[in-house]
Write a protein that binds this ligand. Structure first.
Ligand code: AMP
Length: 468
């Protein structure tokens, strides 16, 4: 199967060839002809499968004829996070390079609403939005949605996890029923299936899984550090920073994401790495959106090698050829482990994922073992004092006895090509009943309306040609 079999225009085929794609991914092969026919799609696919192009490519051809009116976008794409929205916008830039009349706008929190409204006023073919900011703009009367003929709801299960479903339902209720709806979710738990049934009419159901090779190419390792501050939660940070530097010196990664559980630690680790001569940047939700985007772009361009980040900031980011992932903290939600290490070993490349733990992390590691089916292989580092996990049954007093002597130098023993089973589903990444809804956190789009207006920044698409 080649792209030319899918019914796309010559201009799009040229853009796809320029992007270096030789053949469509399974979701592209199945979805593109269906979308071009105007049929609804229910796609069960996660990031990394090429799903973004599966809807952006046919949308560009559909939108090539016709013209948008002021404040009346012709298509709408809902994304759960600003980063994903920006990624979709980049896809339109890449594939729409020969469709110079096509215009698009981003409505995302953390950027100036005033600038976004100016673009909307001129009329846009594609509106890419997070639900919170979109409703905010609508409620202020700056947007009419009667002309939306194509609706994309992307990452629906993550929308659910982030508490956005009521907003999404409200948005859908504002749209004309005379539309094509493309609904994507990594998993189909009952709540999502119910929504899909409500929003879609006779959809073509397409399910694809991530290539198994992604996970099989990841070398994993667990380094347990001992520390003096025993029972104190979050202790052992200094020892973990030492171990992290040792791992970095040992492997000299091409590039690495370093995940911390808390934003505060993102700052600490970032500062520490720079102090020790490693050029690192950081990414977390408290940073202004333009700074986040700039940092991300520099990282993608290889301007610096190490990015220290929080889970929410890094979720869903498509950063090709990541050589290393370091879990500076063991994630407290096992599914975050799968998500984090999935940033490396992509598309058949070799990846490395090392996790730093303290003895008190036993229960979180057990959780990871439960969902991946394997314990993370332990890795000994020279000069890092050996420690053992405190099992759940151990009393706090016993913890001291677990500290091991540092006298014996320990050999570096690496386990390679450990197969990480596919995540049972991406719901593991997103569906966390016990985790409080993230809606109130500043990283999510639901806080869009609380943000100061800051400007569209530099994010004006290459193909955006607006008649002023
Ligand atoms: P997505 O699942 O949309 O996040 O895409 C994952 C990655 O696959 C992105 O870096 C895309 O640029 C890339 N990609 C999308 N379609 C293709 C294709 N047909 N061939 C090769 N790479 C692709």
């Amino acid at each position: 199967m080649s792209f030319s079999d899918l019914g796309l225009s010559e201009d799009l085929l040229r853009a796809v060839a320029d992007a270096g794609y030789t053949e469509p991914t399974p979701i592209q092969a199945q979805a593109i002809p269906v979308v071009l026919m105007g049929r609804d799609v229910l796609g069960c696919a996660q990031t990394g499968t090429g799903k973004t192009a599966s809807f952006t490519l046919p949308m560009i051809d559909i939108l090539a004829s016709g013209r948008a009116k002021a404040r009346m976008p012709r298509s709408l794409i809902l994304e759960p996070t600003r980063e994903l929205a920006a990624q979709v916008a980049d896809n339109f830039d890449t594939y729409g390079k020969y469709h110079t009349k096509l215009s698009k706008a981003l409505l995302i929190g953390g950027e100036s609403m005033a600038e976004q409204l100016k673009v909307l006023d001129r009329g846009v073919d594609v509106l890419i939005a997070t639900p919170g900011r979109l409703l905010d703009v609508f409620e202020r009367g700056h947007l009419l949605m009667n002309d939306v003929r194509t609706l994309v709801i992307d990452e629906a299960d993550r929308m659910l996890d982030m508490g956005f479903i009521p907003d999404v339902e409200k948005i859908v209720s504002l749209l004309s029923p005379m539309r094509t709806t493309l609904f994507f979710s990594a998993t189909m738990p009952p709540e999502i299936k119910k929504l899909a049934d409500k929003f879609l009419s006779n959809p073509k159901e397409i399910t694809v899984s991530r290539p198994a090779t992604t996970a099989a190419t990841i070398t994993q390792g667990l380094i347990i550090v001992t520390h003096k501050d025993g029972k104190r939660p979050g202790g052992g940070q200094k020892e973990k920073r030492d171990a992290l530097r040792q791992l970095i010196r040992r492997d000299d990664p091409k590039n690495a994401l370093i995940f911390c559980n808390r934003k505060r630690d993102v700052d600490v680790v970032w500062r520490s790495l720079n102090r020790h001569g490693f050029v690192a940047e950081r990414l977390h939700g408290d940073m202004a959106q333009p700074v986040r985007m700039e940092t991300l772009n520099k990282f993608k361009n290889g301007d610096f090698k190490y990015m220290v980040c929080s889970d929410v900031a890094a979720r869903g980011l498509d950063i090709p050829e990541m050589s290393h992932v370091f879990n500076f903290d063991v994630p407290t939600h096992a599914d975050d482990y799968v998500h984090r290490i999935g940033r490396t070993g992509r598309a058949g490349h070799k990846g490395h994922a090392y996790t730093l733990a303290t003895p008190e992390d036993a229960k979180y590691l057990q959780g990871i073992e439960k969902i991946t089916g394997n314990a993370i292989p332990e890795l000994k580092l020279d000069g890092v004092e050996e420690a053992k996990l405190v099992t759940v049954e151990d009393k706090p007093r016993k913890r001291r006895s677990n500290k091991q002597s540092a006298s014996k130098p320990v050999e570096v023993k690496e386990v390679t090509d450990v197969k990480v089973p596919e995540p049972p589903s991406q719901a593991t990444e997103t569906k966390k009943p016990k985790r409080p809804a993230r809606k109130a956190k500043p990283e999510t789009a639901s806080t869009d309306s609380n943000k100061p207006f800051k400007g569209l920044g530099d994010h004006v698409p290459a193909f955006l040609k607006i008649q002023v």
